[in-house]
Design a protein. Structure first.
Length: 580
């Protein structure tokens, strides 16, 4: 159609509810099923919600629409219809692509793809998505529309339209509001003329899942989230939201091994595959899922994942002066510790001093979660003034003794020595035993000196005399009458008879008319300290004390008396010598 001489406007209107079926089985070298020609002419093609507009080559493909190079032609597609395209050689009922169009315009319908056609397009809500709903001024509009039921993830349909829609190469193009079912379309109700559409639009092209966030615990893995919980409703071909038949959908997390081919078919061979999170999920994120409809068609959706982020809150605890802060105190300083997951631990990263009283002393508590993450939290510590409960000093170890009783042949105790030591331990008393044997005695043959004796033991040390070590009775000098000067004596206890040997603290022996005084042997010795216990590595200081000897040892009174008597005898002898 057109005026070859130009200067006219050519308009083709296909209005609301119109039914147009243009088919051609022959090949044309030039022109198209719809042609607008003429120099200096202008053209306009308006497709305004027809019920069914079919432009189809049933034989060899060729231009479906042709406009003269000199003619300025505008293409206008208005409101809420489906546009289906069959690529070359596709003669089936299922189109290669199907797009839901809200509106589209172009000033170059002859372009080989819409992105080069100097146009704009807005997709319908059942195919629009984030950053994939509108193209204008030769670029894709970012974001999501301000109104309408739109999904908040990218969909493949806008890129499919921009890269594939054209009037030159398809086998068939169909526009209309009645393409969603394969029933015949009424061409003329008065004469009951119907046209067989022979078209099948799959569920994925008609419907679009709307998603919502799935809530989970921090540290969960992707498989712990049920992707079906992320499908809230379906936006259908009528742009209405429906929850019907949600149970008929199969929803799974994207798996490259099984889903890659279909994904690249929809989004393009050069598209990058989606990557879902792996391992523990500790922050809000999203994941791609496949939605399979009852007819086997597939949509790819992005489902938000929200994990419960644990935020420990620092509080204030009160402790006593000089209190040693513990992990339990660190936990008490976190006010919402009860809300945190099992297995959470608490430790002081920075401990405030408790050596002086004060309020709101700042500390840092590290809260570590079971997933391995951690957070440092500032807390406050108040230290009470005043004294604290006294700390009992360490009690000394109870002491005991080892008692050494030195016994003569007759069983009499002639010396006693004690060794001090810790109760419950053992000592080696051998050196003490040997160094405190009374003079004139030796250990009895066969007696074995013990080397390991428990504190609290009393030992008998068996002794025998070394020869006759008893002191001799002094021999008195002759008084000239051949009798002793002490010839007469009392038999009272203070003056024993001559037949008894009176032991004294010193003995007087006459030798060549000279008297020699023999000093008494010491009866008390100081015990050297005993070395280490045979059963303990601790140094034990033992004090050994020799008790006064009993038995043959004389009292102090007896010693003094003997000395006085000796001096008197000596004086008598001197006077007698002078007299002679």
């Amino acid at each position: 159609m057109g005026n070859k001489n130009g200067n006219s406007q050519l308009v083709l209107n296909i209005n609301q509810g119109a039914v147009v079926d243009l088919q051609d089985a022959t090949s044309q070298d030039s022109g198209g099923l719809i042609s607008l020609i003429g120099e200096n002419n202008s053209g306009k093609i308006v497709i305004d919600q027809p019920a069914y507009l079919n432009i189809q080559r049933t034989g060899t493909t060729g231009n479906l629409l042709y406009t003269d190079a000199e003619a300025n032609t505008d293409l206008i597609i208005n409101g809420n219809l489906m546009l289906a395209q069959w690529n070359e050689s596709n003669t089936s009922a299922t189109p290669t692509y199907a797009w839901s169009i809200t509106n589209a315009t172009s000033t170059d319908p002859n372009a080989d793809k819409f992105s080069s056609a100097n146009g704009s397009v807005t997709l319908g809500p059942n195919q629009a998505g984030k950053d994939s709903f509108k193209f204008e001024n030769n670029s894709i509009v970012s974001g999501t529309p301000e109104s309408g039921e739109y999904v908040n993830y990218e969909t493949p349909y806008l890129n499919q339209f921009l890269n594939n829609f054209n009037f030159s190469t398809p086998q068939r193009l169909t526009f209309g509001t009645q393409l969603y079912d394969n029933s015949n379309v009424m061409l003329h109700p008065e004469f009951d003329i119907k046209i067989e559409k022979n078209i099948t639009i799959n569920d994925a092209q008609k419907d679009q899942p709307k998603t919502e966030a799935i809530n989970g615990e921090a540290g969960s893995t992707l498989n712990s989230f049920d992707p079906k919980e992320g499908i809230s409703s379906i936006i259908n071909q009528n742009y209405a939201t429906s929850t019907d038949n949600l149970n008929d959908l199969k929803v799974n997390w994207y798996n490259s091994a099984t889903d890659k081919e279909e994904y690249l078919k929809q989004f393009g061979a050069n598209s990058s595959e989606p990557t879902n999170p792996t391992g523990a999920i500790n922050e809000n994120t999203s994941a791609v899922a496949t939605v399979t409809y009852p007819d086997g068609s597939v949509d790819f959706v992005v489902i938000p994942l929200k994990v419960k982020e644990y935020v420990p809150t620092g509080g204030n605890i009160t402790v006593d002066l000089n209190h040693e802060l513990t992990a339990d105190d660190a936990k008490d300083a976190i006010t919402n510790a009860a809300e945190l997951p099992d297995g959470t631990t608490y430790a002081w990263k920075e401990k405030p001093s408790t050596t002086n009283a004060g309020e709101n002393k700042t500390g840092i508590v590290t809260v570590s979660f079971p997933d391995g993450s951690s957070k440092d939290v500032e807390v406050q510590v108040t230290v009470r003034p005043g004294s604290v409960d006294p700390v009992e000093p360490d009690k000394p170890t109870p002491q005991g003794t080892i008692i050494l009783n030195y016994r003569d042949e007759n069983g009499n105790i002639i010396n006693t020595v004690t060794i001090s030591g810790d109760q419950g331990t053992s000592l080696d008393p051998s050196e003490t035993i040997k160094s405190n044997i009374p003079e004139g005695y030796q250990l009895k043959d066969g007696y074995e000196v013990p080397t390991n004796v428990a504190v609290g033991t009393e030992l008998d040390i068996q002794l025998v005399k070394i020869g006759d070590s008893a002191p001799s009775q002094p021999t008195l000098p002759d008084n000239g009458d051949g009798d002793s000067n002490n010839n007469e004596s009392s038999t009272s206890p203070d003056n024993p008879t001559n037949s008894e040997k009176v032991p004294t603290s010193s003995s007087l022996v006459q030798n060549n008319n000279a008297l020699t005084t023999v000093a008494p042997k010491a009866t008390t010795q100081k015990l050297a300290s005993v070395g280490q216990s045979s059963t303990s590595s601790n140094d034990n200081k033992q004090a050994a004390e020799i008790l006064p000897q009993t038995g043959r040892t004389q009292s102090l009174v007896g010693i003094i008396g003997a000395l006085v008597g000796g001096l008197g005898l000596l004086l008598g002898l001197i006077l007698k010598k002078k007299k002679d």
